[in-house]
Design a protein around this ligand. Structure first.
Ligand code: MTE
Ligand code: MO
Length: 331
């Protein structure tokens, strides 16, 4: 069968198509959220939705609960320029989750079909104690904390989001990586019975998979998120557990993870397989290195559309230190 690779919609930057549409203004937000005139009336001065015409992208209840996690003041999300936390309704209704749809404003409704109970996470490969964790047990085992991180998509938009989670290192330490472990391969659920996009877009290399070096995986910034805005992750954000690496583009931060494998060689990754010349293994936020078809120097703050300078490593250059000295030698 021919391997047809259709370009995803987000590979066409809005700025190239119609410059004015790159600025998500109040009216566009209303449209993006599917609001009518009534919904529009509930938008505050900041353009943030407070209620959505009777329908909200926030679930009434969550599949999992955990005690409130302390916010870690080391990660205030306040790296300039975007310091304000994005309104929850906005973050919950502007999502990339191709297993459901490529339409960002429809993920929150379509992802209703995802069932996350029961859920297990297999942590295996090059390690002493491969373990399959019940998600419920994992919640009790891991030290949960809240961190506010800036979030930057490769499509040149950004948000600021409070995540609840634990360092990936805490999980990897449990299985004791052996000396052959050099990378971590992470895999999302790819169940076409719950994820309609898997069935309708067979040209993608499902399940969604990603990779980090072991050094990146063990980095203090690398978080396994189980919650957002103080409660469990709703489906559209990658329930029940997803990766958060704030110095990397969104495409590295895979959702609904079922498997974490310690491996010896650099693993293949989803977007690198689809378009290797546009999405490298690293996916680091580098405003000085343009995407093949658009600049990464600035980003659009959602929902105001304010255009701001993208900081080096998305504002985390200090924490990243010289981890990439060799890779970007001369840049
Ligand atoms: N499994 C899976 N994970 C994924 C994606 C996806 O399509 N499938 N999209 C990625 C991209 S491109 C982005 S920008 C973020 C969006 O995360 P959010 O919707 O929680 O803001 O999820 C990332 N993780
Ligand atoms: Mo993204």
């Amino acid at each position: 069968m021919a391997n047809i690779l259709l370009p995803p919609s987000w590979r066409i930057p809005e700025s190239e198509v119609a410059p004015e549409s790159a600025w998500l203004n109040r009216r566009e937000l209303v449209k993006a959220l599917g609001l009518g005139a009534i919904g529009a009336a509930t938008l505050g001065a900041t353009g943030c939705a407070t209620a959505i015409g009777g329908k909200s992208p926030l679930p009434k209840s969550y599949d999992w609960t955990f005690p409130p996690a302390q916010r870690n003041p080391r990660y205030p999300g306040g790296q300039p320029p975007a310091v304000e936390i994005t309104a929850e309704e906005v973050a919950a209704s502007y999502n990339n989750f191709y297993e459901f749809t490529t339409a960002k404003d429809k993920v929150w409704t379509l992802s209703d079909s995802l069932r996350v109970k029961p859920w297990t996470v297999e942590v295996s490969g090059e390690c002493e104690k491969p373990t399959t964790f019940n998600f419920e047990d994992l919640l009790k085992l891991m030290p949960l904390e809240e961190r506010v991180y800036r979030f930057r998509c490769v499509e040149a938009w950004s948000m600021v989001v409070p995540w609840t989670g634990f360092p990936l290192k805490a999980l990897l330490d449990r299985v004791v990586p052996n000396s052959k472990a050099k990378y971590v391969r992470l895999v999302s659920l790819g169940d076409s019975t719950m994820m309609p996009g898997v069935l309708t877009q067979p040209w993608y290399p499902w399940p969604y998979h990603e990779g980090l070096t072991l050094e990146e995986a063990n980095h203090e910034l690398t978080l396994m998120a189980v919650g957002i805005y103080g409660h469990a992750l709703p489906n559209q954000h990658g329930a029940p557990i997803r990766l958060v690496t704030p110095w990397k583009y969104g495409y590295k931060q895979l959702k609904s993870i079922v498997k974490i494998e310690l491996v010896a060689k650099e693993p293949k990754t989803f977007w690198n397989t689809v378009a290797g010349d546009e999405y490298d293994f690293w996916g680091n936020v580098r405003p000085d290195i343009p995407h093949k078809r658009w600049s990464q120097a600035t980003d659009r703050v959602i929902p105001t559309g304010e255009r701001v300078k993208t900081p080096m490593y998305n504002g985390y250059a200090e924490q990243i230190g010289d981890m990439y000295k060799k890779i970007y030698a001369g840049k």
